[in-house]
Ligand binder design. Structure first.
Ligand code: SF4
Length: 322
């Protein structure tokens, strides 16, 4: 059997609600990722993308917990490791960058001291060598004056520069897997494109694997090898990038493709998917997407579709294909 770099199987993540009811934010999610591959996880906010990624880092915030399933990374069963063992993996072999660097960078420390903490903690360098390494990583992520930026506080930098510092910090320990959670959402469009190019370039240079989480299918179109489309905590569609773009099957995926902003300036109105993503408290019975689905049939309100495997490894959860 081929061993994947990362393999999540039948992952369930549940939260205890204030009224003591248990609600599942992630329900039976399975996927795998090989060396140097990029997996896009796509869906609107509240679909369970981020909490799935946090589960890989074993960082699901309480009152949430991984209630079932398995996560294997590089041969290790992550769910059976002690917290101390997990700390040697987190940041060192799996790193994560977040949407808003201001929430991840500590405002009271310079960028230098924050990157230094990561590389000294993980024994990447002795404190005496750290400065040279920090400045070379900052140069690698395209920061023009690495020494000055290293000695700056996060608030002294632009949004794009802060995100580059976050990427430098995440890459400082040469992780094998980088998880990028909406890494460009807080940035304006031209900076977004540069940061995505940077991530893509660094990934091939460093032979890393990457999970790219985004609400925008257009973003994964330039980078991912395979894509998972999530909705209400479940995988709705899972396919290679080419398959998904050439032959989207799930009505939600089709809708997401329609919401990609067109480059055609004459198209004035953006397409939106009507309705709202259900909250943990009100996931509809049957197909969770049925209240918003333009192809819904009467049975969709009562029958929960299973994930069907079709040709070319394409998987879809929809009664149209069951
Ligand atoms: Fe739409 Fe029914 Fe398919 Fe759900 S199962 S996506 S409601 S057609």
């Amino acid at each position: 059997m081929t061993q994947h770099l990362l393999s999540c199987s039948d992952l369930h993540i549940s939260f205890t609600l204030p009224d003591d009811r248990i609600a599942e934010a992630v329900r039976g999610v399975s996927f795998s990722l090989d060396e140097t591959e990029t997996l896009g996880i796509v869906g609107e906010s509240g679909c369970g993308k981020t909490v799935t990624a946090l589960a890989v880092m074993r960082l699901v915030p309480p009152p949430g917990m991984i209630s079932a399933g398995s996560i294997f990374f590089d041969g290790s069963d992550l769910l059976s490791l002690s917290e101390q063992q997990m700390r040697t993996i987190r940041g060192r072999r799996i790193s994560m960058i977040f949407q808003d660097p201001m929430t991840s960078l500590n405002p009271v420390y310079t960028c230098r001291s924050q990157i230094k903490e990561a590389i000294v903690h993980h024994d990447i360098a002795r404190p005496s060598e750290a400065d040279t390494i920090i400045e070379s990583i900052l140069a690698e992520v395209g920061i023009p004056d690495p020494k000055r930026t290293a000695d700056s506080y996060p608030h002294q930098l632009s949004g794009g520069m802060r995100q580059r510092v976050m990427i430098a910090m995440a890459l400082s320990c040469n992780p094998r897997l980088l998880i990028a959670d909406e890494p460009t959402t807080a940035l304006d469009v031209t900076v977004q494109a540069r940061i995505l190019d940077l991530l893509h370039g660094l990934q091939s240079k460093k032979n890393m694997s990457m999970i790219l989480i985004t609400h925008n299918l257009g973003i994964v179109g330039d980078i991912a090898d395979a894509v998972i489309v999530m909705y209400a905590g479940e995988v709705m569609e899972y396919a290679t990038l080419r398959e998904l773009f050439d032959r989207p099957m799930h009505p939600y995926t089709v809708n997401l493709l329609e919401t990609i902003p067109a480059l055609d300036a004459r198209k004035e109105r953006l397409t939106v998917i009507p309705g709202e993503v259900p909250t943990l408290r009100n996931i509809p019975p049957g197909c969770p997407f049925h209240p918003r689905c333009n192809r819904a049939m009467p049975r969709c309100a009562v029958e929960h579709p299973a994930l069907s495997s079709l040709e070319n490894g394409h998987q879809v959860r929809c009664l149209l294909y069951a």
